[in-house]
Ligand binder design. Structure first.
Ligand SMILES: Nc1ncnc2c1ncn2[C@@H]1O[C@H](COP(=O)(O)OP(=O)(O)OP(=O)(O)O)[C@@H](O)[C@H]1O
Length: 755
């Protein structure tokens, strides 16, 4: 590598950072001016708050660009050169010449796709390596072979940057792969936003990485639609969300809500564990029918009549009348709680009729009733407030809550039997539980299903309508603010460089209105997290094979546009309610309008370890082929039979020494977690992946990776779950460098290669 070439790159990279500094300073100065203003009307203050929030956001975005600002350079022809980086940068001039191209821009695509066979006009693709702001080196790929001698050096190093990144020690947090996205991954990342895209790929093929980069790409390409509606990213557990949490911010994106299925019912924190049997029943589509029946069962009709006491007088609503009321309310097709006013109207009318008859009836049968229409209206008004009437309504058509409905259903055998005649006795027994004790992730889709059928209480609805009206007024106001800002651009912003703080470019009226709310600092993601009925612009699901049919129903409701990216591996399914067929999942919702892509190269696990995992996969299903490892590392995985797990700490310490500054995970059967944690007091057991040594079971290790994995008692891992072999496959494929297996009994036959 010629040093003059390196100096030239350094000079250019330094000029990009200088431009970034300049933009940050200008944004800071503008923010300072906004913050220095005081007084004025409420509207002035709101406007200032919105500008200040936009200013802070802009500065945070510039800060996020600091690391690895630029990483690539494409040379087309003799002297057309484009630099590629995390975000675009433009010259501070009237021409606004592009200095740095955003990796997501269409023109940056050849950086990922061009090959010697199809160079797309690229002569040289350069990967620029930096530490902080210093260029430490570069690797060139000569795609137009005629150009070999013109670049000043001649190393063609297509995979070296990729391999360097794959071999690096893990930190416990996933990093972005924007510098080394591979062609098969790029095609998925930039796939059309419309429809359901399913990405099937073995362990380590980059499904998570690709899904997150796709989120960033979609937010860039469809910014307007997606930043208002937001993108939901669903992951398997909180540890996993912590692991992937930095990837999108490092790509400059903050409009995504990261959540587990257990987070998707606001107000409920799903902490309870579920038996595999209960999870399987709760996840099955049959539960939709069960819940619908459970709601219908609460719409009651007495056998003969219902007694209603009003101010010490007794009236009767007979069965035929109650049946009519129920039919009418059901025919409205309104959710249960919202149909209650229909019941209330009919009951009040009937009781008013009976009262009128009693007090206004004339002794002389042929004379008309003495009560006038006005008197009857008064009676009806009073009846609406009467506790006796409310009690009758509570019998016939009680106000329900999703939580109450499910607790009752789980607790009372007769309710369950009536609502779930299709379930077997064993399935019903799996559901049975006493109230209290919290909710599980498997309950969340059922609560959501119930909430859909029950609907909100009238009072809650009225409150929401009020808020919506206020919000609309705020949008109109915010639009006015934006119009004023745009109109007065030359006056107010004349000394501010164009892309820094023009609020009308950075935010739209909806977003600005959101900031004017009392909860004005809430982002779209935060607002979406609070609202069960929020409709997302796009949904990304990771480890999607684990989701139950009931969870898919919930997600489909949240994304009526059916714009989804679903990544997973049907060979890794561990959850009893999970899926082993993508067609089964999607056909009910989109028929055949879903698109399947495959990822085939394993970037995580070296070939030596993958050979062991491959044996497990072929036992699981001889038709499944393991993904091909992109590298070998010369380290053979080992198995050690011990008399007692007391020997585990010694073996872990030896591996720890080999792991350097990387991360080591001890993966154990769930039943042994406490024992293993006791043996390894320094290891983190709470999912703190930045700790040098962590102890986890397979469920929690899903989707994660570690430099070294020590797997304890593989036989128990297999025996512990109906999908035990899949769990073993997952455990074996978590390592990026080293794998050891510690066992007290005989090694399972499927691991014979380790003998
Ligand atoms: N193009 C790439 N460049 C650099 N690293 C990559 C690339 N693709 C994937 N990786 C790395 O490979 C590892 C595995 O990726 P990822 O976790 O996304 O795989 P996965 O398919 O989701 O695996 P699993 O199914 O086991 O959860 C990660 O460290 C990721 O950063």
């Amino acid at each position: 590598m010629s040093s003059s070439e390196l100096d030239r790159e350094q000079a250019y990279v330094s000029s990009l950072y200088a431009r970034l500094d300049q933009m940050r300073e200008q944004a800071g100065a503008q923010l300072g001016r906004v913050l220095a203003q005081s007084g004025g009307t409420h509207q002035d203050r709101s406007q200032r708050d919105a500008f200040a929030a936009a200013g802070y956001g802009q500065i945070a975005e510039y800060d996020a660009m600091e690391n690895g600002l630029v990483f690539g350079r494409l040379q087309f022809g003799e002297d057309e050169v484009h630099y590629i980086g995390r975000r675009g940068l433009f010259e501070d001039s009237a021409e606004r010449r592009q200095l740095l191209m955003d990796w997501r821009a269409p023109a940056a695509r050849p950086f990922y796709l061009a090959t010697a066979a199809a160079p797309e006009g690229v002569r040289v693709r350069r990967h620029i390596r930096t530490t902080g702001r210093t260029v430490t080196g570069f690797d060139d790929e000569i795609l137009d072979l005629a150009a070999v001698d013109t670049t000043g050096h001649d190393t063609v190093t297509g995979e070296s940057v990729l391999l360097a990144s794959l071999n690096a020690s893990r930190t416990g947090r996933m990093g972005d792969i924007v510098e080394t996205i591979q062609a098969e991954q790029d095609r998925i990342i930039r796939h059309d936003v419309r429809g359901v895209l399913v990405v099937q790929g073995g362990p380590g093929t980059g499904k998570t990485a690709v899904a997150l980069h796709r989120a960033a790409y979609l937010l860039y390409t469809h910014r307007r639609e997606l930043t208002t509606r937001g993108v939901l990213v669903v992951g398997p557990n909180p540890t996993f969300l912590g692991y992937i949490g930095r990837v999108l911010p490092s790509l400059g994106e903050t409009s995504a809500l990261l959540a587990t299925v257990g987070d998707l019912f606001p107000g409920v924190t799903a902490t309870r564990d579920e038996t595999p049997e209960a999870a399987a029943v709760k996840g099955s589509l049959a539960m939709a029918e069960v819940i619908a029946d459970a709601v219908r069962d609460r719409q009651w009709v007495p056998e003969e009549s219902l007694e209603v006491t009003i101010e010490r007088d007794t009236y009767h609503l007979d069965a035929a009348f109650c049946e009519r009321v129920r039919e009418q309310a059901r025919r409205s097709l309104r959710p249960h709680n919202r149909a209650r006013p229909i019941v209330a109207d009919m009951v009040v009318d009937e009781l008013a009729r009976q009262i009128a008859e009693r007090i206004g009836g004339n002794f002389f049968a042929d004379e008309p009733n003495l009560l006038e229409e006005g008197d009857r209206a008064v009676i009806r008004g009073e009846l609406r407030e009467d506790p006796g009437v409310t009690a009758a309504l509570d019998e016939l058509w009680p106000v329900l809550t999703p939580q109450g409905l499910l607790e009752d259903l789980y607790q009372w055998e007769d309710l369950l039997e009536s609502a779930a005649p299709g379930l077997t006795g064993e399935q019903r027994a799996a559901l049975k539980r006493a109230p209290g004790g919290g909710w599980s992730a498997a309950d969340v889709p059922l609560l959501d299903e119930a909430a859909e059928l029950i609907g909100e209480d009238e009072a809650v609805l009225a409150e929401r309508a009020r808020k919506r009206r206020e919000q609309q007024a705020r949008v109109a106001y915010a639009q006015g603010v934006l119009d004023i800002a745009a109109g007065s651009e030359s006056y107010e912003f004349e000394d501010i460089e164009s892309e820094v703080l023009q609020a009308f470019n950075l935010i739209d009226a909806d977003e600005l209105a959101g900031r004017f709310e009392e909860e004005e600092s809430l982002t779209v993601a935060e607002r979406a997290a609070r609202d069960r009925t929020w409709l997302f612009g796009h949904i990304i699901v990771d480890e999607a094979q684990e989701l139950s049919a009931m969870t898919w129903r919930l997600l489909m409701r949240r994304c009526p546009g059916r714009s989804m990216t679903v990544v997973g591996d049907v060979a890794q399914t561990g959850d009893a309610a999970g899926t082993t067929s993508w067609a089964e999942v999607f056909e009910p919702y989109v028929q055949d309008r879903w698109h399947l892509e495959h990822l085939t190269v394993n970037y995580r696990t070296p070939a030596e370890i993958m050979a062991v995992a491959g044996d497990v996969l072929s036992t699981l299903d001889p038709d499944l082929a393991p993904p091909a490892s992109v590298r070998e590392n010369g380290v053979l995985p080992w198995a050690s039979r011990v008399d007692d797990l007391g020997e585990l700490p010694g073996l872990v310490a030896a591996e720890r020494a080999e792991t350097g500054d990387g991360r080591l995970a001890v993966i154990a059967p769930t039943a042994l977690l406490a024992r293993v944690a006791e043996l390894l007091p320094d290891a983190a057991v709470d999912g703190d992946l930045e700790s040098p040594v962590v102890v986890l079971d397979v469920k929690r290790a899903k989707g994660l990776e570690f430099d070294t994995v020590v797997l304890v008692e593989p036989e128990d891992v297999v025996a512990e779950s109906p999908r035990g072999l899949s769990d073993l496959y997952v455990a074996l494929t978590r390592a990026t460098q080293r794998l050891g297996v510690v066992h007290t009994g005989p090694l399972p036959e499927v691991l014979a290669r380790l003998k």
